[in-house]
Design a protein around this ligand. Structure first.
Ligand SMILES: Nc1ncnc2c1ncn2[C@@H]1O[C@H](COP(=O)(O)OP(=O)(O)OP(=O)(O)O)[C@@H](O)[C@H]1O
Ligand SMILES: [Mg+2]
Length: 261
């Protein structure tokens, strides 16, 4: 009706506004995301242990760095030395990108004192992040294993607030943010992690089926605020070159996973 009116009056319809997209560096994933991650926004990558969250995060950062798009990795679980070593198995030279000033790695594993005091305070982390973001001129950032923080505390309200403020800060800086967390669909139903889902503009859910051949990995874009996306389940593999999404969609998301609509 609107189109007819516009045509009758000879009006030009404004072109629909499309949010800017940032390539993930994962073959086959950008198409599912209708162009890539939404630039300047936060995407949550959720899934159980070993399902490929950290690899996805690193691939995003490494491919970006190689493309002249600097980034920062904040690791809440793994030591930087181990991250660099594991990356070599994919042929990724993280040290080279660090030396070139296109990548910075921050170790943010909660230390025993933090655990004992029962209180995480993001001020120290924030100043480390600020320094690293400024040093490399970061456009993208990955907070890997954010659940490690949240699992430590009895009362999560303060910690939630800290993570919220960190996320707000990153968004204000215009950084395209990827947060990974070891959470499954069942966890999302619990209050403890539901806020992560709420905080993120987009959610990519990874899962690993019982198939030990590795063929049983599946990915789904569970939500993408402000844009369209393909919500079907997609098979993916972790190869010696990293994540690769492809093949025939593994099934209809709504039919296979009614818990998340
Ligand atoms: N070089 C490689 N080639 C093929 N697959 C690999 C390689 N390195 C790691 N993998 C696969 O990637 C998986 C680990 O993925 P990743 O570390 O991203 O999991 P994760 O989701 O971050 O797990 P966690 O929640 O425990 O941190 C391993 O279980 C292994 O199957
Ligand atoms: Mg991990």
């Amino acid at each position: 009706m609107q189109i007819e009116t516009d045509q009758l009056l000879g009006r030009e319809r404004p072109t629909a506004f499309a949010l800017p997209r940032v390539p993930t560096g994962v073959p086959g994933l950008d198409g599912i995301l209708h162009g890539g991650l939404v630039g300047g926004r936060t995407t949550l990558v959720a899934g159980g242990t070993g399902c490929g969250k950290s690899v996805l995060g690193l691939q995003f950062l490494y491919s970006g760095a190689r493309d002249g798009r600097p980034g920062v990795l904040v690791s809440f679980e793994e030591r930087p030395a181990a991250i660099r070593e594991n990356s070599r198995t994919f042929g990724w030279d993280l040290e080279g990108e660090e030396a070139a000033g296109r990548l910075a790695i921050i170790e943010a594993r909660p230390n025993p004192d933090t655990v004992l005091s029962g209180r995480f305070n993001s001020h120290g982390l924030l100043s480390d992040v600020t320094r690293a973001v400024t040093a490399v001129g970061a456009e993208r950032i990955v907070l890997d294993g954010a659940d490690a923080l949240l699992r430590l505390f009895e009362d999560v309200v303060d910690e939630r607030n800290e993570l919220f403020s960190l996320n707000e800060w990153l968004t204000d800086k215009g950084l395209t943010t990827l947060i990974t967390a070891k959470i499954t669909d069942e966890h999302f139903r619990g209050a403890r992690f539901a806020f992560l889902d709420f905080m993120a503009d987009s959610v990519i859910s990874l899962r690993q089926c019982a198939d030990e051949s590795g063929a049983g990995r599946q990915l789904r874009v569970a939500k993408c605020r402000g844009s369209s996306h393909c919500s079907r389940l997609h098979a993916f593999a972790i190869t010696d070159a990293g994540l690769l999404v492809g093949g025939t969609p593994a099934g209809d998301a709504r039919r296979s996973d009614p818990s998340r609509s």
